[in-house]
Structures are given as C-alpha cells and as structure tokens.
Ligand binder design. Sequence first.
Ligand SMILES: [Ca+2]
Ligand SMILES: [Ca+2]
Ligand SMILES: [Ca+2]
Length: 237
Amino acid sequence: MNVMKKCLVAICLLAVCALPVTAATVVIQDYEAGGAPFDLDPNFSGSTSGILPSSAIALVADGVGGSTQASELTLNDDPASAGGWITRFVANGAGHFVVGVPTTGYIGFRAKLDQAYAGLGLEVGFAVDDPGTADIGIPKTVIADGQWRLYQWNLADDSDWTTFDAYYGSSGLGNGTIDGATVELDSIAIRTAVDGDAVLLIDDIVYDPAGRIIPEPTTGLLLMAAMGMALVRRNRA
Ligand SMILES: [Ca+2]
Ligand SMILES: [Ca+2]
Ligand SMILES: [Ca+2]
C-alpha cells in the first residue's frame, strides 16, 4: 500500500469514527409471535383498580402495518367501584423490562379503540424506569374512531413526562423527568374517569430514535390528493 492509499484509508477511518452514534429502532412487541413482554392480564398489577377479574388479554387477528396479530385488552368496569378505573398493563412479571434504550428518542405504541367507547375519554401513558424509579408519559386521550393511532412520548422532552403519582396516587415514585442515560420499561397505563367497559387493541410497541411517523388515517385528504392527480392528468392531456 503506497503512502497515498494509506492516507486515504486513515481519512476514511477518521470519518467513520467521527460519525455520531445513532440509536436503532427497537421493536419491543409486535405480537406477531405472541409471548412476553406486554402479555400479562390487565389485573396482574396491584396498581390496577376499578376493573373486574373478568377483564382479560388475548391475541387477535388484527395489527398495524400489515401485521397479523395485536393484543386485545378487554377492560370490564367494576360496578362496585365508582369514578372510573385504571389499568397498569405491566411489561413483565418483574415490573422492569430491561431493554436498555437510550433516553434520547421516543417510546410509544399504537392503539385502536372503537367509536362505541368514545364517551369514556380513555387515556394512556407509557411508564418507564429511568432506570431507578418510575416516570410516566403525560396522559394522551385515545382517539375512539376504530383506527390504529400512534401514541408516543419524547424521552428527551421533560414536558412529555409526569410523576407516577399523577396516575396512581401517593407512591412517591418518580420526579416527572427522565434522568438516566437509559430506561427500562415498566408499563402502559390505561385509565378513564367514567364507569364503563372498554376493548382496547395495542400493537407496535417501539422505541424509535426519531419518533414514529405514521400517516394518519385521512380518507378525506387521500380523496383530495386523488382528485388533484386526476386534474393534473386532465390538464396534461
Ligand atoms: Ca402486530
Ligand atoms: Ca366502576
Ligand atoms: Ca426521573
């Protein structure tokens, strides 16, 4: 190898070393094969309250992005408990699913809720351990339109997080900001202040460094785009 080639190799190596380390997308659960994590009964956690033991989880033939399976949570309101309910849908039996994703990027999932449950004002939040104690994403209202919708929280943005107590009462857990370099996954909170049953589908639980960008179901916009293309074609003809 002559001097010029050696120099080129050295420059290339330096360039590669100088590239920023980019985290990769981690699919935590897509339910295509079933099994853990996020496969436990909605009553598994002692933090769950206000739902009946008949509440259950099942794999169903549905899914986002052309996938074939998703998780269906049937959450049956306990009539003996007024004021709604909260389910702590835990990642695993240990309460800490160690996946070691960095605290830059987004954690989230997709959920589907039928219009029949619109009156519940169902909310979800992703709880993580950072890694010492739990913090939880600010509540996001589930859109009850029978479509797969994206719910995600930016681990690097303090305004996306709140304390565990904000959902579950005085446990003293969490300070509402993500403090560590990596997080472990605790649970997904599903709650309503209304007494009523819900069937919520969940799929595509992911860590995504850039945040999932999913085209929202916009039938109207697609129709307008199709009409626009037709006009362009007509004008060209
Ligand atoms: Ca799936
Ligand atoms: Ca109730
Ligand atoms: Ca924290």
